[in-house]
Write a protein that binds this ligand. Structure first.
Ligand code: AMP
Length: 213
């Protein structure tokens, strides 16, 4: 089963993708994480992607598409995968269709204010990428990852002015993408406005669609 999760940054896609990935044994493929890794390692791709990411802009379509195409050709994707953060544009959706058949697309929705509050309080482990929220899911010790002891930092693109830019970019790109998947009759809307402690209610909506697919 090949699943795509759509929705603005901070809507909870990553958390839900992790839960679905465990439940169905499908790899969780986050282009944001892959690109951040490439930036951290200083690869050629990372060097090209960095300036776009730091400005809250999208990385060019062909760079991200090549990355995803290579990733989904790996053996662990033979029973399917969960894409989180890709496609982001209609051009990416059309490119994806050339190398993978998508079974279900979830469109995560939550109010703007909720999203900004979620992202600006988020802290990410430098080492293992685990995420926390300063108010809603704080680590046991301030600034330290519960899982691996790594340092928790606020990502440079999670500062308020960059968040606003990312949400603006999302709004512009999202409509044609939603229209595209609605036309393909693959789209299901997911109410992601629930508090993080009620993440199960968001997951249940996805599971119910998957069990019907
Ligand atoms: P995310 O963690 O998914 O919000 O992604 C963080 C940043 O990585 C985005 O603001 C973009 O700069 C870049 N990025 C991630 N996925 C894509 C994509 N599918 N297309 C273009 N840029 C992307």
């Amino acid at each position: 089963m090949n699943i795509v999760l759509l929705g603005p940054p901070g809507v909870g896609k990553g958390t839900v993708a992790g839960i679905l990935s465990q439940k169905y044994g499908l790899p969780h493929i986050s282009t944001g994480n892959m690109l951040r890794e490439a930036v951290a390692k200083g690869t050629a791709l990372g060097k090209k992607a960095k300036e776009f990411m730091d400005a809250g802009q999208l990385v060019p379509d062909d760079l991200v598409t090549d990355l995803v195409k290579e990733r989904v050709s790996q053996p662990d994707c033979k029973n399917g995968f969960i894409l989180d953060g890709y496609p982001r544009t209609s051009a990416q959706a059309k490119a994806l269709q050339q190398f993978a058949a998508i079974d279900a697309v979830f469109d995560f929705k939550a109010p703007f204010k909720t999203i900004v509050e979620r992202i600006s309080g988020r802290r990410t482990c430098r080492k293992c990428n685990a995420t926390y929220h300063v108010r809603y899911s704080p680590p046991k010790k301030d600034g330290v990852c519960d899982k691996c002891g790594g340092e928790l930092v606020q990502r440079s693109d999670e500062k308020p002015d960059i968040i606003t830019e990312r949400l603006k970019v999302y709004e512009q790109q999202n409509k044609p993408l939603i229209d595209y998947y609605r036309n393909e009759q693959l789209l299901s809307e997911i109410d992601a406005s629930y508090h993080i402690t009620e993440i199960g209610r968001i997951v249940d909506q996805c599971v119910s669609v998957i069990s019907r697919t």
